[in-house]
Every structure is written in structure tokens, then in C-alpha cells.
Design a protein. Sequence first.
Length: 549
Amino acid sequence: MLSLIGTDGEHYYTFRLEPGRYVLGRKTDSDLCVPHSTVSRRHAEIEVDGSDGQVFVTDLGSHNGTSVNQMRITARTEVKNGDQVGFGSTEFRLSDSEKPAAAPKPQPNRTQLSDFDPEKSVFLDINEALKPLPAKASDNPELFPALSEMARMLVLSEPREVMLERALELVSRVVPADRLAILFTNVEDDQVYTAATLLPGGKDMGSFTLSQTIIKQILNEKTAILVGDPTVDPRYAEQQSIIMSDLKSAMAAPLFDEGKVLGVLYVDTTNPLHRYNNDYLRLLAMFGNIIASRLLNYELLEERQEKQIIDAELNRAAGIQRRLLRVDKPELPGFSVHATLESSRSVGGDMFDFALLDDDRLLFLVADVSGKGMGAALLMANILASFRILYKQKPFDLLKTVEQVSLQLFMYSDPGDFATLFVGVLDGKSKAMTYINAGHNPPMLVRRDGTTELLEASGTMIGAFDINTWQEATATFGEGDVLFVFSDGVTEAEGPDGQYGEERTERSLKAALAGTPADITTAIRRDIEEFIQGAPQSDDVTMLVVKKD
């Protein structure tokens, strides 16, 4: 099945493509609606040939253009499986689940580098090149209109390749040239590539062979270069260096902004009347600086779009995680229970759960997975799912359940992945609780008379080893007794005076004993916030309270 899959940075789109014609645009009645500001009302037509499955895209005169594999199209263009299609600044990919993805597209034209130094050349530091233009250079009637258009280009929303082509056209109005080009460097393979070209005379651009020394000088030293008359150097006739041997003059300036060199702006001419000088070089450097500013804007936009995609994924993951936690607490006569969880990030590794077993006993647990963020959240979901599958075993065996979940985690996770766990099973008739503490913070069982019992660990964390080290322990509830189970985000909450700690946790718990379990967790949370005095939450905070009515 053919699909067009993509994003505008905020929303995801999946369009199933049956044979036929589709209009993609911003209008709500479009066949394929993409309500993004860079998409025109009727942006492009997509045609799916029913006979052989070919797909074609045609731009419908859109303002921001349509591209295939980052190349703007001007005519009906075939799109193959795996190709990237851009409508304005949105990004899509054609996917055919029945076919393997197409091979990667070839890299842009690589620019060759030679090893010799050009003679009769002038290097100008970028700070010097960007000084105010002399009055005579400002007399060019095309200068200010071109600068105005260039400034407007800074805020236009259009594909990068369109901006580069437009920039070269504006440069050509002010700087006479036979060839203009923008070159980018690839830090991964240390090569130079042609990103955009313009030939006002309609001639073939040909291939570039640049001096390696010049490129390094421009990129590393942030200098612009002016080559006056290359014919005075016989090496130009033998080796095609920065310019062809019949050229009369050439210039290259760095695309420089915020201390970074993003590429090279190059022009050359064969017209002896168009000999370049320092004024032209300053003009080129100024245009290069404006182009670089726009390129940085693209980088920031891409980072923002990537962040928006990540944020959307995290928000979705957080929603899934919230729905995994049980909010409808089962009822056990004579007892009331409540649990709360606040993650320090969008998603976290803490969890709690309740279950009413087939024999009417109440199971409850609190766990804290190692690490933070998405990885911890995935482990949390795995542990929770494992427990929930085993709740229905008959008869329910607490020790066997913990052993099985731990072995599952150990076998299918990395060595550093484990979790601390407290799980208890409470019999409402006998008021007895059987529990296992697998390396978790000792829960506090506060008696009606104010004494506190700590339910210490009875084994190691789950998932850490493939051995069984746990032992069951028991405790019995009396009237008014309260069990407080919590993660280390409570006791290790950081404030100006250090950590919240177990002593303050116990004091806060005892001060709230008269309330309901929900009142107790609210009171402790309020005291934690008072203690940290606005400091950011550094860890997940999970609290579970069981109270004998």
C-alpha cells in the first residue's frame, strides 16, 4: 500500500494513496489537507498511476515550492519509494510497504581541491571586509534594492534551495559575474559541495577545482579572497585552480555569522571590463554575511522542528504512561488506599499499581526503575505488564511472582537495568499483609499510638541478578494504622538546607495521620514543596498510602 508520511513539525500525517489524482493543499476541502503556513491553498497535485503504480508530483504554482529529494521541481516529476517530498517547509516520504526503500540519492556535485597556492591574490579578513562600504561602492543603483530584497529574504518562509537561488540572483544584480555559486563543506568527509549555482549567460556551470589553501584560508581564518588576473600565473593554464584559465577575475567570501563559517560564496568573470577590486570583495562579503544569517535561521528552525517532534513524542508517551497507572482503586472493606505519582520529566521510571486478586486480597506495589526519561519509562511499562499478567495465576504466589518478573527483566534488559520494589498483599479479613521489599526504601508503618515500624528490605533489587534472594515478611494492621510507601524522590528532594530526609518525612506523615490517604499524600507533597523552596524537582515522586479505617 502506497502512503505519503510526513510532518510539519507539530503534527504527523499519513495519507493512503490509491490510484487516482489528489490535490494537496492548505484548504480544508483539499484531497490531502496540510494546514501549515508554508503550504499554499492548492499546493501540488499527486498522481498515482493504477497500471504500474508510478507516482508523480506536480507543483500547482505554490508560493513556497515543491521539492523532491531537496531539489525544487518545476514540472511533473516521478517520485519513487523512499523519496523525500517537501511542500513548503513540511517534509514527507513516499512509502510502499510492499517494496524496499529506494537507494539513497547521490551526494551533490563534489568540488575538487588542488594543492597549490594562487599568486596575485588578496586575502581580506572578514572583519575588515564587513566594514562600511565606501561612498563610490554605494553609488550602484541596484545595491539598495538588492539589499532590501535580501533583508526581506531573512523573514520569508521558503525552502533552503529556493532561498539560495534567490540570493545568487540578488548578488548578480550588484556584482557582475559569469558564474556564481554557493559551496558547503561536509564535516563528515571534509569535502566541499556545490549547493546552488547561477549562470546569467545560460552557459554550463562546469566543475569547480578550488585551491585547497584558499578553502582552508576562508574556512579557518575567516577571510575573503580576490584573484585579480589569473592569466599572470602560468599554473592556471596547466591546472584548473579556483577559476578556469580564461577568467579575468574571481572572488570568494565566507558565509560567516555568529563566529561560524557555514560555506563559501563564489563569483567569477571572463569580462576584462569587470575586474574585481576590494570594493567588490566587500560587497560579496556583506552578501555572504546576510546569506549566512538566513542559513542559521534554517538551522534554528530545524532544531525547533526536531524539538517539537520530540516533545510531541514525549507528550504522547507521557499520556500512555499516565493511562497505564491505575486510577480506579479497588475497594477492600475496612481499608482505604490512595496513590500519586509526579514525574520530574515528561516520562519517568516510577510506578504504582493496585489489583484485587481472585481470593479478594488487595495487592499494591510501588517500584522505582533505574535511570530516568524514556528508557526508564519503557522498563516501567515492561515491569508493570509482567506483574499484571501474573495477577490471575491461581493460587496467587507472591514470592513466585516477584521471581518471575525479576528473571524476565534480567534476561531482556541491559546489566544496569533494574528496579527497587515494594509489593504487598493485604487480607481484609485477617488484616495481615504479606510483603516483599526488593531493595526499596523501607516503607513506614505508623501505629495508632505513634510508633513507627520500618519495613526493611528482604532481598535485592529485581532484574539485577538471576538468583532468588527474596523472603516474604508479614505485618498486621490495627485500627487507625497507616502504611506509607514512597520512592526516593520523597526523601532525596533537594532544598537549600540539603535533602528532605527520612526524619522530616516521618514528621510530616505523623502530622497528617488524621486525614484520608489522599489528604496524607497532599500534606506531604505540600511540605516537600515548602522545603525545596521552588527548586526544580530532580526525581520522580511516588507515594502510596494504605489506612485501616
